[in-house]
Ligand binder design. Sequence first.
Ligand code: KG4
Ligand code: ZN
Length: 355
Amino acid sequence: MRILGIESSCDETAAAIVEDGRRVLASVVASQLDLHARYGGVVPELASREHLRAIVPVVSEALLRAQCQWSNLDAIAVTEGPGLVGSLLVGVTYAKALCYALRLPLIAVNHVEGHIHAVVMECYPVPLPAVALVVSGGHTHLFEVRQGFQYRLLGRTRDDAAGEAYDKVAKLLGYGSPGGPILDALALHGDPRAVRFTLARMKGNDLDFSFSGLKTAVLRWVETREMETEIARRRALTQPALPRPTLQAWLEATPQPTLNLIASFQQTVIDELLRRTARAVEDTGAESVIVSGGVACNAGLRAAAPHSLPAPVYFPTPSLSTDNAAMIAAAAFPKLEKKLFAGFDLRAKANLSLT
Ligand code: KG4
Ligand code: ZN
């Protein structure tokens, strides 16, 4: 069974063809990173315009790479939410039009469920029940995943997502966007114990996260040091006319105390993510842990997770951790088996939740 997956929830236009929910025949991602970089974050209007431009060539490219004809497809799956409504609409409308013209079933997929299936697809069979940590620029959520892909929300961030905290701290320190990969690479060169950040204790659900206090603590640290000159020097490197700085260029523009600050920030984020995930495993008796979403690319998190968690942990390969359409096609496969199809009245849902 071959499913064409389409993903356009944020700033990546993606299409993929996946066979039987596991075999990726092609996965194409057109990133808008460079377009948004000059604005320091994703501009929704520009994102939807870019999706419109990219969607037809990206789907054609996926078919070409998979050596697949329209007639070889059994269904089309599309991200219905959550995400930017104008961006989602492009994928949803195109998928509906294709299904109508080709008389194929349409399958609606939650983007967050897609992230979980990036792992299910690659690490089959993941022992269930599992705890899934979905950690990206838009989400930091803990779910219990039970047999039959039934989900229960265990905890979520009360403010910023972890990826958002990375992006905001990187912007504050004068690095380009997205900040996660840059800070992750720089963190290796700093002392993670140099700056002690204490996260505020929260009342209520012990499995909820909070990252805005940490971001403010970094801001306070910066304000009390004279960092204007080094930050301005780094900002100059991110001008749109210049090529993307290399790691070496960032290292040369980053004094040791700032590298230590970055390493300490990263350590605090990792500790917070893993502490609550370990607690979720203990509370639920889960047999495994799934970590997915853009922040799952983080080298420090990948290295620390197996030692800190009381159950085996599974990460997707980095290209399937960030937004892609193979995960959408994979998540659609159990729905195809159960004939859970969407109608042509399917709408884009910016705030769709998984549970
Ligand atoms: O899943 P994704 O591609 O899009 C969303 O659904 O948000 O995740 C993008 C996020 C960004 O915030 C980016 O800074 C973060 O993932 N990210 C990382 C790393 N690579 C990407 N954060 C920390 N370390 C990384 N290596
Ligand atoms: Zn995502």
